[in-house]
Design a protein around this ligand. Structure first.
Ligand code: B12
Length: 293
């Protein structure tokens, strides 16, 4: 029946491929929904999904599509189950949903277009905070646990950056930014701050994001020149969490009213420095304590 089964979008999400790829596999290799009625929306059964899973797996291993399709056409649902539980080529995403599994697969295949499609769709449907917590964090943590796939980590990071950067910023007439975001000196992990910048934009708050590896002198310069209400400094590991960076902000001539040390790198710090432990907490703190002007 045309109403049963999964939509092309749901299958694409689950497998981590672009909808256009599904269409190509259908048209060129006959791997479409088995009960497809021309003129109706495509609906995929579990068996169709099993075939597509084999197709995806084999093409990601470098098998030519026509050859992969021949194998896939002979596959049944058992293979889907077997592959989910076995094989070392997957990124574990814990209890995260289909979209996270799809993103993890797309990341392993180095399929940037599919990664962007999954991330963009999630941001559009659920917003930045839910996307960060429910989709991006599980996959990033999963990739981090698989130390060997450095190229996957780099391309995934790039796609996450681009998607977060594409979230519409408040218009110029919304006021000048009163929030400054910076990674600590030598800190390369900028994605959490990029998520924060995008989440702030979603609630109409502009900010300046200085990005990765901000030397203390550059941070001091930006504070002096822009006089922010709040400064957030991100450190992901102890090696970049030198508290003197924060001391310099507190003792400087242009001391920002709100100083936030974010990220798991920071250890004991004076209580006057705020320590939100999640994107949601940082967003709430900044929304409550800063104004645009
Ligand atoms: C992507 C990534 C990179 C990218 C960063 C790209 C970018 N633009 O950000 C690149 C490839 C550049 C990179 C480089 C390195 N990385 Co790296 N990287 C990661 C990875 C996979 C994700 C980082 C991330 O964004 N995490 C954010 C979320 C996903 O983490 P989380 O645990 O869910 O978040 C917690 C808190 O941070 C907080 N939180 C989450 N989001 C937010 C947001 C806000 C605003 C707030 C306030 C709180 C908050 O809540 C969570 C619960 O505590 C992690 C794996 C991991 N587990 O994090 C490794 C990881 C952080 N990297 C690691 C390492 C070792 C490195 C390198 C030293 C590797 C090397 N040998 O060169 C370098 C250089 C590091 C440096 N000097 O800065 C280690 C760090 C170990 C440690 N604790 O010291 C990790 C943990 C990987 C691992 N398992 O070993 N990395």
């Amino acid at each position: 029946m045309a109403d049963d089964g999964l939509s092309a979008g749901a299958v694409a999400r689950r497998l981590g491929v672009a909808v256009t790829t599904l269409r190509t596999w259908h048209q060129r290799y006959g791997l479409g929904p088995s009960g497809h009625v021309p003129g109706h929306h495509r609906r995929y059964t579990q068996e169709d999904l099993a075939r597509l899973d084999v197709m995806r797996e084999l093409t990601s291993e470098g098998v030519a599509p026509a050859e992969a399709a021949r194998w896939a056409r002979g596959a049944g649902p058992r293979q889907v189950v077997d592959r989910r539980h076995g094989g070392g080529r997957v990124i574990a995403v814990g209890a995260a949903g289909d979209a996270a599994r799809g993103l993890a697969h797309a990341a392993m295949r180095l399929d940037a277009a599919a990664m962007r499609e999954i991330i963009d769709r999630s941001i559009e449907a659920s917003g930045v905070v839910a996307t960060w917590n429910g989709l991006l964090r599980p996959v990033l943590v999963g990739v981090g646990d698989r130390h060997a796939v450095v190229e996957v980590e780099h391309l995934l990071s790039r796609c996450v950056s681009e998607a977060l950067g594409a979230v519409a910023r408040p218009p110029a007439n919304a006021g000048s930014p009163r929030i400054l975001l910076a990674c600590a000196d030598e800190e390369q992990h900028s994605l959490p701050l990029e998520a924060l910048a995008a989440a702030l934009a979603e609630v109409g708050l502009p900010c300046r994001l200085l990005g990765a590896r901000v030397p203390p002198s550059a941070l001091a310069g930006a504070v002096r020149r822009t006089g922010p209400d709040a400064v957030v400094v991100w450190s992901h590991s102890q090696s970049t969490a030198d508290p003197r960076q924060l001391d310099a902000l507190r003792s400087g001539e242009h001391r920002p009213p709100l100083i936030i040390a974010a990220g798991p790198g920071w250890d004991e710090l004076p209580v006057v420095i705020e320590r939100p432990d999640s994107l949601d907490a940082a967003l709430t703190l900044l929304s409550n304590r800063t104004l645009v002007g």
